[in-house]
Design a binder for this molecule. Sequence first.
Ligand code: 5GP
Length: 188
Amino acid sequence: MAESATTVSRVKLHNMEFTPYLSAAELEVAIARVAGEIDAKYAGQRPLFLGVLNGAFFFAAELMKRLDTECEISFIKVASYLGTSSSGSVTQLIGLTERIEGRHVVIVEDIVDTGGTIAHIMEELAERHPASVAVAALLFKPDAYERQYPIDHVAVRIPNVFVVGSGLDHDGLGRNLPGIWRILEPTS
Ligand code: 5GP
């Protein structure tokens, strides 16, 4: 029988090796705390959660099942493509079909790194005049963050290392790994 993913100390995805960093149980505790924060803040306001695909599917599901407050959820995607102008890469928000005017919106992200993605989403949403926009992130790298938007609800703060698992991938692989795994530094 194959060794359980929870007992192995290394996993190889494409050309990179990863080692366990946060257990599934540690994530559960942190997500439950975030759910409590959100329940306390949005009681009676019917917030709209917007999960950012692909990575946030895990966190969105784990968060939603722990929320008591009446709420809705939908999913969006941020697509990057090369524009024709000299500005290079252009980002586009796709899949937002709900009217968000006057609503309390919570963006649900897998990880906030430099903050470029979150800043873009915030700017696009602001044009649609929501009552408020907050961010809930499974992971946040404060040392890498370059923007001013507050990351309101964070399950776990991590150092500036590349991680996979629980929705996060390395070139398509690793989203199904339990917990969070960090990249192994080359030893030579
Ligand atoms: P940003 O720099 O815009 O905050 O992060 C953009 C995106 O980069 C994240 O949504 C995520 O898809 C990806 N990303 C950033 N850091 C990591 C990481 O450590 N692991 C993985 N798998 N993706 C990351």
